[in-house]
Design a protein around this ligand. Structure first.
Ligand code: SF4
Length: 488
């Protein structure tokens, strides 16, 4: 069901990007891409809400959207076109039922009209009103420009937005755009971002210093900070909802067969692998590395769901949505033992991963279009490594070390999705990221936390490497595997 825009002043439609909640990093949404699907849907809905609050929907007789840079280069494969239509129609990535999407898009396309926020119908012919521009806008490779016209065809409103990775959206001033879901507390959300956290940190060094000064773990610090926005009970409830959504994606991925959408006709493999692993438990006893098959399975199941446009958790992006669930399933199923879900351990895992993700968000990027895949699978690997170290009893120093190792060996990883789809190399890459994360945690736990390269140094290196990377390796499908593998 469509939710109304909240009654807010235009001034509160954006907020400072200063501080980030764990629930900004882990967002329930739909596939296949946080930057190319979730972000554009939020931006499009935001534009419709802006029109309603500024000129009024009745004054609007037409809308047009321009997609720039990477959104143009890989937008169709990543579902940006559909996401924009859905957002203008009032849908939100965390609320839309994935099964609603195809009929909603078909209705817009067949009627040549679109109901803004589900209430005010305007003509919408995609080839005229949804335009792909190869150049980039100034702030980020994932730029969008929305326009509205009156009955005379005169422009009455225009807004520029950028989807900067992980479902985060900023406007032309660089201010963050919130997903203004109805029913949320606007004042708490907008005022909370930026001020008054009990244990603020923006770097790995600051996080460690807070831990040393207070005796708290990164997860405990995060839990205290989260109470700035919501109660302890609500934090726990939402963390478990994130876990359940991750587990649901694994389960659906393990049960779904056939090919993924798109011209590559990529076969879904998770169901077959799940059947094979489940039916030969004795083989696992002979093969000490059989656990790797299961971790691969968890990651591939989630990323196949993501590639199919299903429900996943952005963690911290959709392209990298399988890494953290895979490592968390490894913790629950192998370290705790199947069926022994430990809610405290799951909360610790997600809060620690969130603390590490915040440091990347504050100092670097979560966007493949900005820094390549090191900013997606690399960051997810780093977050998962630190989180696993935490639930295995690591000290804050060992957790920071695990997170650093998790990124160090993903430095320079490019983004080169074949056919502009989040399938090859993305699905297997998540499995590799999860395995690396487990090894990173184990390496860190065998040490004492003392190490030469700090997490902050590796993040700085990752950002510099991304800046030096040629554009063709940054989610444009103009380099790497995307050009050496020919589409069928
Ligand atoms: S290659 Fe990596 S960054 Fe690029 S779309 Fe795939 S998962 Fe995302």
């Amino acid at each position: 069901m469509l939710q109304p825009c909240r009654p807010i002043s235009l001034a509160t439609m954006t907020s400072s990007p200063f501080s980030v909640s764990v629930f900004d990093l882990f967002k329930i949404g739909i596939g296949p891409s946080s930057s190319h699907t979730v972000g554009p849907m939020i931006a499009a809905r935001q534009f419709a809400c802006y029109l309603q609050a500024s000129v009024g929907l009745a004054a609007v007789h037409g809308v047009a959207v321009e997609l720039f840079g990477s959104l143009s280069a890989t937008g169709v494969g990543h579902g940006t076109d559909r996401a924009v239509l859905l957002g203008l129609a009032g849908h939100e990535p965390d609320r839309i039922n994935p099964e609603q999407i195809a009929p909603a898009i078909a209705q817009i396309r067949s009627s040549g009209t679109l109901a803004l926020l589900g209430t005010h119908t305007v003509p919408f012919i995609e080839k005229e009103h949804l335009l792909f521009r190869r150049k980039s806008l100034p702030l980020h490779p994932n730029g969008m420009c929305f326009h509205a016209v009156n009955a005379q065809g005169e422009e009455i409103a225009t807004r520029e937005y950028y989807s900067v990775g992980g479902g985060f959206v900023i406007d032309a001033t660089g201010e963050r755009v919130l997903n203004l879901a109805a029913g949320a507390d606007a004042d708490a959300e907008t005022a909370g971002h930026g001020r008054g956290l009990p244990y603020p940190f923006r770097t790995g060094a600051e996080l460690l210093a807070q831990c040393q000064a207070t005796g708290l773990t990164p997860a405990q610090l995060m839990a205290a900070n989260e109470q700035h926005w919501r109660s302890d009970g609500e934090v726990r409830r939402q963390l478990l909802a994130i876990w359940q959504t991750m587990a649901g994606a694994v389960q659906r991925g393990c049960a779904s067969t056939g090919n993924l959408p798109g011209p590559l006709h990529v076969r879904r493999r998770a169901a077959e692998l799940h059947k094979s692993l489940s039916s030969h438990p004795e083989a696992a006893l002979r093969d000490p590395l059989a656990m790797l098959d299961w971790v691969n399975l968890y990651a591939m199941a989630v990323n196949e769901e993501n590639a199919a446009g299903g429900r996943v958790v952005t963690a911290p992006t959709n392209g990298a949505a399988g890494v953290i669930p895979a490592v968390l399933h490894y913790y629950v199923n192998f370290l705790l033992g199947a069926g022994k879900v430990n809610e405290d351990g799951i909360a610790t895992f997600l809060l620690t991963a969130g603390a590490i993700g915040i440091i990347y968000k504050e100092n670097a990027s979560l966007s493949g279009a900005e820094v390549g895949c090191q900013g997606e699978v690399g960051v997810a690997c780093s977050m998962a490594a630190g989180a696993l170290a935490a639930v295995m009893g690591g000290t804050p120093e060992q957790i920071e070390n695990a997170a650093e190792i998790g990124m160090e060996h993903n430095l320079g990883m490019t983004c080169d999705p074949v056919g502009g789809l989040v399938q090859i190399p993305c699905i297997e890459r998540n499995a590799m990221g999860a395995i690396k994360a487990i090894n990173a945690a184990r390496m860190a736990l065998r040490g004492d936390g003392q190490h030469v390269v700090s997490l902050d140094k590796v993040i700085k290196t990752m950002m510099q490497t991304g800046a030096d990377m040629k554009v063709k390796y940054k989610e444009t499908s103009r380099g790497g595997l995307a050009v050496t593998v020919v589409e069928c």
